[in-house]
Design a protein. Structure first.
Length: 180
């Protein structure tokens, strides 16, 4: 399968529209969302086109193809307007024998990550900075117990802190970071 992975929309309708356009252009089978979908949080300025209710409607049009996890700016009230589950701290997707561990990144997942099979990929957002490798993990994933894992951060769609909105594509054990 082909997965488009994105994080940190933060209620930006233009960003959400661009994301859905890319989802279709990339011909992805599923959209994996790593949290902070609707709200901007107390530390972030309002994003351009801040319309969380409209973002929810747009995402709901693709609910049957979305797997989402909760971010630190997501709340139980969000589930009332979203037609797909979004309150789990993490989700596992197994694709052709490779485990994709989805989390937002605001919680320490080192205990859970230790149990992942060799070749697993941890996808996490939260920092709003894209990258592949342990240096981009929000908590240090160092040592032999994590050597068998790959870490990938797709960056942020709505509030990039490294200059460009981005997402990740995953297909056949390959992760590619792309600009929005």
């Amino acid at each position: 399968m082909r997965y488009l992975i994105a994080s940190d929309i933060h209620g930006s309708l233009p960003a959400a529209r661009a994301l859905i356009d890319r989802f279709h252009e990339e011909e992805a089978d599923r959209l994996l969302l790593l949290g902070d979908l609707l709200y901007h949080g107390p530390r972030n300025p309002l994003p351009e086109g801040y319309e969380p209710a409209e973002v929810a409607k747009l995402l709901n049009e693709h609910a049957d193809r979305i797997i989402a996890v909760r971010g630190n700016c997501d709340a139980e009230v969000d589930q009332m307007v979203l037609d797909f589950p979004c309150l789990g701290d993490y989700a596992l997707v197994v694709d052709e024998g490779t485990t994709l561990f989805l989390t937002h990144g605001h919680l320490d997942v080192r205990q859970t990550a230790k149990g992942l099979p060799a070749g697993s990929i941890i996808f996490s957002g939260h920092t709003h900075v894209k990258g592949i490798g342990g240096a981009f993990a929000p908590v240090p994933l160092e040592g032999a117990e994590f050597a068998h894992l790959t870490f990938a951060n797709p960056g942020s769609i709505g509030h990039p802190k490294d200059g460009s909105a981005s997402y990740a594509l995953y297909e056949h054990d390959t992760v590619e970071l792309k600009m929005l």
